[in-house]
Design a protein around this ligand. Structure first.
Ligand code: PLP
Length: 428
């Protein structure tokens, strides 16, 4: 494939944007080469500036669960735009999407909309601290909760890809309040709580980790966290920015039948526009300004275009009873296909999958936490990535990322992908 125009555009971008990108993982640093510039997208396909067609397994890192330029979402945005794009005053559509989200997700009474997943997680932790009157938080190595200071401690995905798990600019003062635990290791969490008795406000976790590849919670792990939180007066925060409205209507809470105290959203909830949200029961949410003392605000929060896109996608997901089954079936089909061709070609690998989140690790050991995720063979991944790209299949440009399956993918697309993986694995 020819990437002449993408390369030229990247060279221009580098002169005025740090690294040429507005979010680091887009820069292809982990896999080498220059990033591809997108011209347009429709359904399951991206079309780049050199007119190559790529099957998209990133889908804007999750939001495009029904495919790109999905007509009901596009219509909703266009209709709204004609009536003005921001007012800084309340609008009816904010209540509509809030009602729908509250009806779809278990165990929440109220929801506050923000502009990104980062903001959602940052605000959720502030609320947990304000509610409990305690300062420390527990997060898991390899989990990503956005780029706010408290979370940039072994943050997974982009942060790991760039070899700076602990970012300069995060003060010692902030870092000392973030305690780091091992994913899927309940003993480790128990010890941390013991060592910091009555100091921990919350445990924040991706209920299915998606930022060190896809890592499912072990049987009983999430329930173990729930029990520890109940015993020790700690709030359990599920960061469902990736899993919310993807694994089930009610996200991971519904899938695993575990209640979290605060839930964070992003990605799918905005239908491709910049939206995040956090939600909880009344007793917790009523601590937020203007009802309570915990401050949180946003000039563009609840923006009408963003709410219109979010409402349109949630309506589709809510009214299509088969959608999550269909996504699961397509992803299982892909999983089985890739498994078969990698095995036939004697490529050492482990595939992890939950619902429509899947990742291929080039190591034979089970991948259960950050340490085991980091053991994957990165040279193999690089070749795999570029090989697939050359075949017209676009996966995330880092071994620490999950693939997101969209309902726009047909079985022909999946067969095409498996055949491409077969050809590429002969070269690995
Ligand atoms: C993407 C992501 C975030 C950050 O969301 P942004 O919208 O990029 O700020 C937070 N948590 C998880 C689990 C994510 O996957």
């Amino acid at each position: 494939m020819n990437y002449k125009r993408s390369s030229a555009l990247f060279a221009q971008a580098e002169t005025v944007i740090p690294g040429g990108v507005n979010s680091p993982v887009r820069a292809f640093k982990a896999v080498g080469g220059t990033p591809i510039f997108v011209k347009k997208a429709k359904g399951a396909y991206l079309y780049d500036e050199d007119d190559n067609r790529l099957i998209d397994y990133i889908n804007s890192w999750g939001p495009m669960i029904l495919g790109h330029a999905y007509q009901p979402v596009v219509n909703a945005i266009v209709d709204k735009a004609k009536k003005g794009t921001s007012f800084g005053m309340p609008t009816e559509i904010e209540t509509k999407i809030a009602q729908l989200a509250v009806s779809m997700v278990p165990n929440i009474d109220k929801i506050r909309f923000v502009n990104s997943g980062t903001e959602a997680c940052m605000s959720a932790v502030r609320l947990a601290r304000g509610f409990t009157g305690k300062d420390k938080i527990i997060k898991f190595a390899g989990c990503y909760h956005g780029h706010s200071d408290s979370f940039l401690i072994q943050a997974g995905s982009g942060a790991v890809t760039f070899g700076s798990p602990n970012s300069p600019g995060v003060t010692q003062g902030t870092a000392k309040d973030t305690l780091l635990a091992r994913y899927n290791d309940i003993e480790n969490v128990t010890q941390l709580i013991e060592a910091n008795k009555n100091e921990i406000a919350c445990i924040i976790i991706e209920p299915v980790a998606g930022n060190m590849g896809c890592i499912p919670p072990k049987e009983g792990f999430l329930q173990g966290l729930r029990d520890l939180c109940d015993t020790n007066n700690i709030l359990l925060i599920f960061d469902e920015v990736m899993t919310g409205f993807r694994l089930a209507k009610g996200g991971a809470q519904e899938l695993f039948n575990i209640n979290a105290d605060i839930v964070c959203f992003g990605k799918v909830i905005g239908g491709g526009l910049p939206v995040g949200a956090f939600a909880a029961r009344n007793e917790i949410m009523n601590h937020l300004a203007p009802l309570g003392p915990v401050y949180q605000a946003g000039t563009l929060s609840g923006n009408p275009l963003a709410m219109a896109a979010g409402l349109a996608i949630l309506n589709e997901l809510n009214s299509d009873a088969e959608i999550f089954n269909r996504l699961e079936e397509k992803t299982t089909y892909l999983h089985n296909g890739i498994e078969k061709v990698l095995t036939e070609n004697n490529i050492t690998h482990t595939i992890n999958r939950v619902g429509s989140m899947i990742s291929v690790h080039f190591d034979k050991a089970e991948v259960v936490d950050f340490e085991t995720a980091a053991k994957g063979n990165n040279d193999t991944f690089k070749k795999f990535f570029h090989g697939l790209l050359n075949e017209g299949v676009y996966i995330a440009p880092s071994a620490f990322e999950t693939w997101f399956i969209t309902d726009a993918l047909t079985y022909e697309d999946l067969d095409f992908t498996v055949e491409a993986v077969g050809r590429v694995s002969e070269t690995l």
